[in-house]
Structure formats: structure tokens, C-alpha cells
Design a protein around this ligand. Structure first.
Ligand code: C2E
Ligand code: MG
Ligand code: MG
Length: 449
């Protein structure tokens, strides 16, 4: 009802002699009121998750922006599209530059169709870094478009993809390409999990499960080296189908991350119905934690709650040391942002993994205790896989292949836990652990069989 009243007001005509800035003011007020009236979640029924709508408002003025009704509507629609392209939930006035964009819409769509065939799309990979060790634990694939001599970022074309039947083919292309890359890292002895963004429509298309299965089968990538990132809004459209699809994907062993957490409805109450492994706190919060006490409080509670629900927490968009320090202090598990690394070419990411580089700036004071474990394993690739998995739990691993080196490390470092493989060539894991027990009885030991 409130919306209807506001809508009517928005449609009121403006007197020709009214002061222009007054008119603008009235429009902004009305648009703001419209946004506010739609901001509340809508309860459809007690069993269903509340529905959250986002509103994008485009504003065009007669006679400055257009000379007749149809052109005026077009101008408003162009403005609306650019409001939407920037995430929605905002208003935009018509602007010639956006008009340019809008004219290009159809060209863009046509060009994108070709882009897939012409190999113009490619992926960059942004390292996700363990907050306690600074080591790369995964990489998020981010799409780019090499077009007309420049590299076009997703903000400028993804809305076209999403609004057309290109969404699924592009999503599938990303999935396959990212899996192939992760497989290549694995083949070169640098296993790294890849996180892939999935379009909303793909989540509830009914095809995602098959597409994931196929991408894994075609590339031979182990499922645990793949993680899907979905945004909250893709769950809201069809919560039951989304939950079922995600559960089946999880059953394959693929990881699931909820992207941009904190910008939508963000209710932990219904999140428990979805099998997410990772909660990605939206960039907005990293930007604000060091200057807005309320956002800081939200982040602290979010981390604690997510941990209690068995999820890991990753902070996106970390750009400064104070932001990193805040996130690390309150137990945030992983960091992704320009501070640790920009999105990179795959071979550069591989080098970072290979060099086991700590990507944090040197002077980070850490409050979170870091556990160090020793892995005795004669297959380097197995050791690498294990240490990568354990890095998620905050363990920094030292990997050795034989007893003598194990002994050397034990003497040099504080080790909190020893894990040994059973088959070690000349001696067995039983003997290794038995000898280490006599020397370091206080250190717990686990044997893998
Ligand atoms: P996202 O999934 O939340 O990805 C993170 C975005 O934040 C990336 O922008 C990344 O480059 C940027 N970023 C990372 N660290 C920082 C930082 O410290 N500061 C700032 N200001 N930005 C940072 P990008 O690559 O332009 O992608 C934007 C969005 O486009 C992504 O947001 C995602 O929603 C979408 N997207 C990108 N690639 C794909 C894709 O392959 N498939 C789908 N479906 N969506 C994609
Ligand atoms: Mg993402
Ligand atoms: Mg994000």
C-alpha cells in the first residue's frame, strides 16, 4: 500500500515553472522513500524464507533527457539498467554516458555471443589466503573479456550475460575452464582449490549438478579442489530447489561458499538449511570495520556465528593492514583482497603456491594461536594435498619424507601435532611414531592408513 501511494506521487506531473532543484529534490525524496519501502523482507509464509526484493530506479526528466513519452521511458530504463548493473538497490538519473551503454546493449549481447566462440573470455585468479599463515589456500576465478583492444571487467558486461540466455553457456565455460586450470596446477604438483562464481539462474536451472559432474569428469579434477560461490539472491528465487541442488553438489565433495554475505537478507536462521562450508563477508564490511563500530560488531558476531554453524569465514576486499589485523584478531579464517593479492594470471598464482609465500605484509601482529604440524609422508603430492586441507583449519604444515628430517624439524621447531603415513619405504609409520613418541612424548600423533 505504501508503495502504491509513493508510486502515485512519483507519477505526479511537475509544474513547468517549478524550480529545477526543488524538482530534483522531490524526485530524490520519492525515490528514496520507494527504496526504503521495499527494503523490508516480506514474509510469505512461516515455512518459507522471507523474500527480499531489490529495487533499481532509473530517472529521466522531460524535456532535458528526451522529447517524447517513448524516448523518456527509454531514457528512464537506461538509467534503471545502470542502477541495476551496479548491484541494484539504488537510483540513477539518466546520463548520456549510460545512454551510450544502453545503445551498446544489443551490440554487447551480439559481441558476447561471438566472444565465447572467439576465445575472448579468460579467467584471472585471485588468491584466497590463510589469515594466520599468509599462504595461498585457494584461488577465485574471475572472468575477463578481451574485447576491442581492452580488457573489460565483469561490471561492464555481466548484467548482459545475466539477462540473456548466455548465462548458462558462460557459466558452464567458466566452470570447465576453472576446473581445467585447477587440474593443471595439480598435475604440476601444486594442488590448489579453485572457487568458481555461479550465476543465480544457473543455480536453479536444474542443470548445475550435471554441469558440475561433467566438469569434474572431463578434467579429472578431484571434487575437493572445486568450490562454488553463490550469492544469496540465487537462493531466494527457489529456495527448495536451490537447497536440494546444493546438497547434491556437496555430496559430490565439492565445496560451497556463500558470496557477498551481509548485503542481502543474511539470516542465519535460514542459512542453516543450506550446506555452506564458507561464508564470504562482503567487501563493504572490510572497508568499514576499522571506522564504523557497528559494522565491526556485525563482523565479529558474524564470524562467531558462522564458526558455531561449522562454517569457515573469508573476508573479501581486504585492502589495508588494519583491516587484515581486525579480521585475523576476530578469528576470520581467510582473506581475499588487494592487500594480499590482485587477481592474477594462473602461472603467477602457481609461483606463489610453489614458493609457499606469505602474502601478508610483514608486520602483522597475530592473536590467533597458530598450530604447526609435522607431516611425514614420502609422496610429496599427498603431503601437499593434506597440508592444503589442514591449512583451512589454521594449521601450518611442515612436510618431510623420512625419519631423519622429521627429527631435524622436531629439534628446530615447536610442533603441535605429528601426522605420519603408514607406508614410508624403508620403515613404517608405526616405527616413526614410536621413535618420535620416545623423544617427544607430549606431542600427539596420528597415523594415516
Ligand atoms: P565477487 O565474486 O564478489 O568477486 C570479488 C570482486 O572483488 C572481484 O571483482 C575482485 O577483483 C574484486 N576485489 C578483490 N579484492 C578487492 C579489493 O581489495 N578491493 C576492491 N575494491 N575490489 C576487490 P571482479 O573480478 O570485477 O568481479 C566482480 C563480480 O563479477 C564478482 O564479484 C562476481 O559477482 C562477478 N563475476 C566475476 N567473474 C565471474 C564469473 O566467472 N561468473 C559469474 N557468474 N560471476 C562472475
Ligand atoms: Mg565471488
Ligand atoms: Mg564477493
Amino acid at each position: 500500500d505504501q508503495f502504491a501511494v509513493l508510486w502515485q506521487q512519483a507519477g505526479e506531473t511537475v509544474e513547468p515553472d517549478e524550480d529545477k532543484s526543488d524538482v530534483t529534490m522531490r524526485i530524490v525524496e520519492t525515490a528514496n522513500a520507494l527504496l526504503a519501502s521495499m527494503a523490508e523482507p516480506i514474509e510469505l509464509s512461516a515455512q518459507q524464507a522471507p523474500v527480499l526484493l531489490t529495487v533499481s530506479i532509473g530517472i529521466a526528466l522531460y524535456p532535458g533527457d528526451a522529447g517524447d513519452a517513448s524516448a523518456l521511458l527509454h531514457a528512464a530504463e537506461d538509467a534503471m539498467r545502470s542502477a541495476k548493473a551496479e548491484r541494484g538497490n539504488q537510483m540513477r538519473f539518466f546520463d548520456r554516458r549510460y545512454a551510450q551503454n544502453a545503445i551498446n546493449w544489443f551490440e554487447t549481447e551480439a559481441a558476447l555471443r561471438l566472444a565465447l566462440e572467439m576465445d575472448e573470455l579468460f579467467l584471472l585468479f585471485q588468491p584466497q589466503v590463510d589469515a594466520a599463515t599468509g599462504r595461498v589456500v585457494a584461488a577465485e576465478s574471475l572472468i575477463r573479456w578481451r574485447h576491442g583492444g581492452e580488457v573489460v571487467p565483469p561490471a561492464r558486461f555481466i548484467h548482459v550475460v545475466e539477462a540473456t540466455d548466455l548465462a548458462e553457456p558462460v557459466s558452464r565455460w567458466v566452470l570447465n575452464t576453472a576446473c581445467r586450470q585447477a587440474r593443471q596446477w595439480l598435475d604440476r604438483q601444486h594442488p590448489l582449490r579453485v572457487a568458481v562464481n555461479i550465476f543465480s539462474d544457473h543455480v536453479t536451472s536444474g542443470h548445475l549438478l550435471d554441469d558440475v559432474r561433467q566438469a569434474l569428469a572431463a578434467t579429472g579434477l578431484p571434487a575437493n579442489l572445486l568450490e562454488l560461490e553463490v550469492v544469496e539472491s540465487s537462493l531466494l528465487k527457489n529456495p527448495d530447489l536451490a537447497a536440494q541442488t546444493l546438497r547434491e553438489i556437496k555430496r559430490l565433495g565439492v565445496g560451497l561458499a556463500l558470496d557477498d554475505f551481509g548485503t542481502g537478507y543474511s539470516s542465519f536462521g535460514y542459512l542453516k538449511h543450506y550446506p555452506f562450508d564458507v561464508l564470504k563477508i562482503d567487501q563493504l564490511f572490510a572497508r568499514n570495520v576499522t571506522r564504523d563500530p557497528e559494522d565491526a560488531a556485525i563482523v565479529r558476531s558474524t564470524i562467531a556465528l558462522a564458526h558455531n554453524l561449522g562454517m569457515r569465514v573469508l573476508a573479501e576486499g581486504v585492502e589495508t593492514e588494519p583491516q587484515l589485523r581486525f579480521m585475523a584478531r576476530y578469528g576470520c579464517d581467510q582473506i581475499q583482497g588487494y592487500l594480499t593479492s590482485r587477481p592474477l594470471d594462473p602461472d603467477v598464482v602457481e609461483t606463489l603456491v610453489m614458493e609457499r609465500r606469505d602474502l601478508r605484509p610483514a608486520a602483522i601482529g597475530l592473536d590467533r594461536p597458530l598450530h604447526t604440524l609435522l607431516i611425514v609422508e614420502d609422496e610429496p603430492i599427498e603431503a601437499e594435498m593434506l597440508s592444503m586441507l589442514l591449512a583451512d583449519a589454521g594449521y601450518a604444515a611442515e612436510c618431510v619424507t623420512d625419519f631423519d628430517t622429521a627429527l631435524e624439524v622436531m629439534g628446530r621447531k615447536r610442533i603441535d601435532l605429528i601426522i605420519s603415513d603408514y607406508y614410508l619405504g624403508p620403515i613404517t609409520g608405526v616405527e616413526v611414531l614410536e621413535r618420535l613418541r620416545r623423544l617427544f612424548p607430549e606431542v600427539p600423533r596420528i597415523m594415516l592408513s
